[in-house]
Design a protein around this ligand. Sequence first.
Ligand code: CA
Length: 229
Amino acid sequence: MNLLLVEDEAVLRQGLVDLLHTAGYGVDTAGSGPEAVRKIGEGTYDLILLDVMLPGFDGIEVCRRIRPAHPTLPILMLTAKGSEDDKVRGLKAGADDYVTKPFGARELLARVEALGRRVRATPVEPEVLKNDGCTLDLGRLQAVRGRQIATLTVREGALLRWLHRHRTRAVSRAELLEQVWNLRPDMETRTIDMTVANLRSKIERDPADPRIVVCVKGVGYAWGQDAAR
Ligand code: CA
């Protein structure tokens, strides 16, 4: 793992670099908020160790600035003892975890290891469903059939995801309202039929195209390939 250590106190920084090197990590350093933002933008790091009190702007502002472009980059904040406010602000700004200064070497290494493990355990895999020549990329909200690309709405993506996940059976409109729309199941169900009609016009353009969302009479809908048989 390649880490960026953001810490302005030179003695502590050198101590941490030595500790992390000994533990087998690659370590780069930054000594201010602006330097941290610049290095994170240019480099490829697996984890950021980020002090709160920094010259330029603080670690919480660093978090805030880098999060949009690096949504999954693990950030471990180094907060001052007793500063409950820093912890809360840090977590709100997008930090994943924190250790309180002064911390022991073993505690810090355990946190770094745990955070790294958690990140490695949850790879961000593309969510792609294929159905008879139609590729549904639910992560990017795109439906591709031949040369035609249609953009899906978040709701259409959620609907397809739910039908596919439960593809061994038909799914009722009440269940869809509750699970996909977060609405009470006794509410108006026409909105589902309209959404399905719009969705079909994108993913089943040609009447000859295979059905992906199948209407199951008296029940609701089902994922085309498996449940409709
Ligand atoms: Ca500091």
